[in-house]
Design a binder for this molecule. Structure first.
Ligand SMILES: [Cu+2]
Length: 459
């Protein structure tokens, strides 16, 4: 079996892609019809004794809407624009019922007093993921804006929504500073062959999408962190310098290690405090499609950027086999090996390899190229990843080769899971590739988040 696995620097040839995009019209690939949601009621200033009505939008992971209100009786009209249940809690005042995805609910506060309140989603982990905001209640506040959520009202500017979507799609691919997944080279190789790697944890400015910089928590300043590519049998030392404002540790997810290298402070090691160092050392004795990430306060540190891919050896591919009528060539050559790390929370938010569309990396290929994708879900939610046109053969789950590989066009990937998928770019064109939870890829301002494209050049 002849296999060549390369991370192709040509993938970043943005000029070529830009030229291609100029001649290939991109269809508006995901078209949402008008919402069936009814128009909301009127929002005239409340009469004396009548409760004010404020609109609040809940989603992953944000609380938006009317957050500057006047004191007095207030009915919060909650709408869940997200994909999982959320609630609305005014700290020190009360918490609404849980609101399911797509549903609405009312939360009545009979006496909202002047002051500044923290508002959060009280479902475990959701506040830490970003669902926190400030509610200001003051006599001179603007009060409810009267803007309801959802579309269908008389005032909806449909043409503007059309234009926003067209503009956002045509701005792909957009250049941003910083690129994750760079292969980490050993700092030194010891006399006994041990490969020594250095990782520094630090908070850096990271451009998630054009012009939007966030305070990312990183390994060596990039998101995802540098990729560890190892051979089976390698002994490694990873020296960690912690420059974060809090403690951390590293768990080697999907990789066998001695217990004291598992990275779970304080059970298997001391917490690596700010300014401190810790050295991990172990031998990798099996093929793995793994990832490394913080374990300590993982709900915050991981979505904020402390995650990276880790590939050990090569997953066995079903060359020469016929699966559902399709034969995989004996002499299969992998032209592109693509790590795709999914995230949906923290400061990074909905992203592929630390970037949100249109800053996601396009994949330039020649018609007929085979490509191998490793999906890694480092987020807090599931993501059904859908590749237009080209079916993919799922060849490994969590790095374990499947006895019975299977073809898919959509593959659901849960937090912590890794899937390895083999596919062939059989047809020329621009073929989008995205999460199929539609609000992970589109918003009123247009396309964003977990979308990229294959750009296949005619052979
Ligand atoms: Cu998704």
């Amino acid at each position: 079996m002849k296999k060549e696995r390369l991370f192709d620097p040509a993938l970043t040839a943005l000029t070529v892609i830009g030229a291609l995009l100029g001649v290939i019209a991109i269809a508006a690939v995901i078209v949402r019809g008008p919402s069936t949601e009814a128009a909301e009621g009127e929002h005239a200033a409340p009469e004396a004794g009548e409760a004010a009505r404020a609109h609040i939008s809940l989603s992953e992971w944000a609380i938006g809407g009317d957050l500057e209100l006047k004191p007095g009786a207030t009915v919060f009209e909650l709408h869940n624009d997200g994909t999982v249940a959320h609630n609305f809690s005014i700290v020190g005042v009360g918490t609404s019922e849980d609101v399911n995805s797509g549903a609405s609910a009312e939360f009545d506060v009979s006496d909202l007093r002047a002051g500044t309140y923290e508002v959060v989603c009280a479902i475990a982990g959701h506040k830490e993921a970003g669902m926190r905001a400030t509610l200001t209640v003051a006599e001179n506040a603007s009060g409810p804006t009267g803007e309801s959520h959802g579309h269908g009202g008389e005032d909806t500017d449909w043409a503007a929504l059309d234009q926003a979507m067209m503009d956002s799609i045509l701005s792909f691919p957009a250049a941003t500073e910083g690129l994750g997944n760079a292969v980490l080279e050993p700092t030194e190789v010891l006399a006994d062959g041990t490969k020594v790697f250095d990782l520094t944890t630090e908070i850096v400015e990271w451009e998630v999408e054009p012009g939007r910089f966030v305070e990312a928590w990183t390994y060596n300043g990039i998101v995802p962190g540098p990729m560890l590519k190892l051979d089976v049998g390698d002994t490694i030392q990873v020296r960690v310098q912690n420059n974060l404002p809090m403690g951390t540790d590293i768990h080697w997810h999907g990789v066998d290690t001695p217990n004291n290298m598992d990275g779970v402070a304080p059970l298997t090691q001391p917490l690596i405090g700010p300014g401190e160092t810790f050295t991990y050392e172990f031998t990798v004795d099996h093929v793995a499609v793994g990832m490394y990430h913080a374990h300590h306060h993982g709900q915050m540190q991981v979505p904020n950027g402390l995650f990276a891919a880790m590939l050990i050896g090569d997953v066995e591919l079903p060359t020469g086999r016929t699966i559902s009528g399709v034969t995989i060539p004996e002499d299969l050559e992998i032209a592109h090996e693509i790590p795709m790390v999914l995230n949906d929370a923290g400061v990074i938010g909905f992203s592929l390899n630390g970037k949100s569309f249109p800053a996601t990396e396009p994949y330039a290929m020649k018609q007929g190229d085979w490509f191998l994708v490793h999906y890694f879900n480092e987020g807090l939610q599931i993501h059904p990843m859908h590749q237009h046109q080209f079916n993919g053969l799922v060849v490994a789950k969590d790095g374990i080769p499947l006895d019975n590989p299977y073809w898919v066009d959509t593959l659901n990937i849960a937090p912590g899971e890794r899937y390895t998928v083999l596919a062939q770019a059989e047809d020329p064109g621009v073929w989008v590739w995205h999460c199929h939870i539609l609000n992970h890829v589109e918003r009123e301002e247009g396309m964003f988040g977990m979308v990229t494209a294959l750009i296949v050049e005619e052979a």
